[in-house]
Write a protein that binds this ligand. Sequence first.
Ligand SMILES: Cc1ncc(COP(=O)(O)O)c(C=O)c1O
Length: 387
Amino acid sequence: MIPLSEPAQQGRELEYVTDCLQSGWVSSNGEYIGRFERALAAYVGVGHAVACNCGTSALHVSLILAGVRANDEVIVPAVTFIAPVNAVRYVGAFPVFVDCDEYCGMDAAAVRRFLAEECAEADGIMTNRTTGRRIAAVIPVHVFGTPVDMDALLDLADEYSLAVIEDASEALGSSYKGRRCGGLAPLGCLSFNGNKIVTSGGGGAILTDDNALAQGARSLTTQAKEAGIEYIHHTVGYNYRMNNVLAALGLAQLETLDERVATKRANFAEYERALGEAGASRLLQQPAWSDANCWFYAYQCTDAPAKDGLLRACLAADIQARPLWYPNHLQTPYMGMQAYQVERALWFYERLVNLPCSVTLTRDEIARVVAVIRASDPRSLARGRGV
Ligand SMILES: Cc1ncc(COP(=O)(O)O)c(C=O)c1O
């Protein structure tokens, strides 16, 4: 079987985890948490990283730190893994869905139109004219590791007084105009889930340059306990901290991130080459501002029947391939919530198939996948790219 995205241990994982176990510090204290956090902060180029037990909890805490409250609204992409959307509901706020651009990332122009046409500003507060709720924040997500147009979104956030929480869960190792993803907004979030470019088995992190936000993140992820031996809590906190064993694993993985990114990019180029030889590549491309980690390879089929055919052909050939996430505004918990002119999301859903992308992928395996594509969707190969 060729897996979609399998974890790979290529560095000092065993050594660090063994050392951690032998030290006896397996829980939320221990040197690996601090080492992992410092290495993460240095890699992304921010002042602080706060390691969490998953990316979803990092998003939840970031929303609280950004001041998002019950009955506020948060602008989110229709196309993303659902975690950031769910996190909005954890704080009692409501998502407003916007469409993606031709790279599958949040469309900054659509956000601008939504704010300009659907919202009104009074006393520095943006209110959605349809729902009467305050628009508090926006969550750009770097889908498949490809950076969204952050400058455009940060400018909008500035103009309309919105908080920005950058969901860089899929984009560790990617850069936007030469700046590392995860450090582009006041709050950034990462995930170290098993399919990510760096995994700790499960985990996440909050990234920030702001001392007070970092302190708030440390407090909220550890039940908001005051310092000292007494159990004093002035706020509702959460048990969201990463443990030392997982930090040991994450640190070892992070040390090989540059090689992982290089391999991902080389494999993307190999898919392009092999698909090109077979007709024309239809892998989702990158915008000019992006230097992506090439985390996922999204292949664009001609139409929905071709996509279903390719998914079936991959299954039969023992190749793990997956469709795009079903658009979030059409998911049961979010039906009826506002989706602003969302069209392209569905178009992509009907056509995209994610191909195997592990760092362990071999040239032969890529050739096998391309052969299945060629046999199952010959029309798309003949037609060339066409977003
Ligand atoms: C874009 C995005 N945001 C958030 C998450 C949630 O991270 P976790 O699974 O670590 O909770 C993921 C993936 O898992 C993701 O891909």
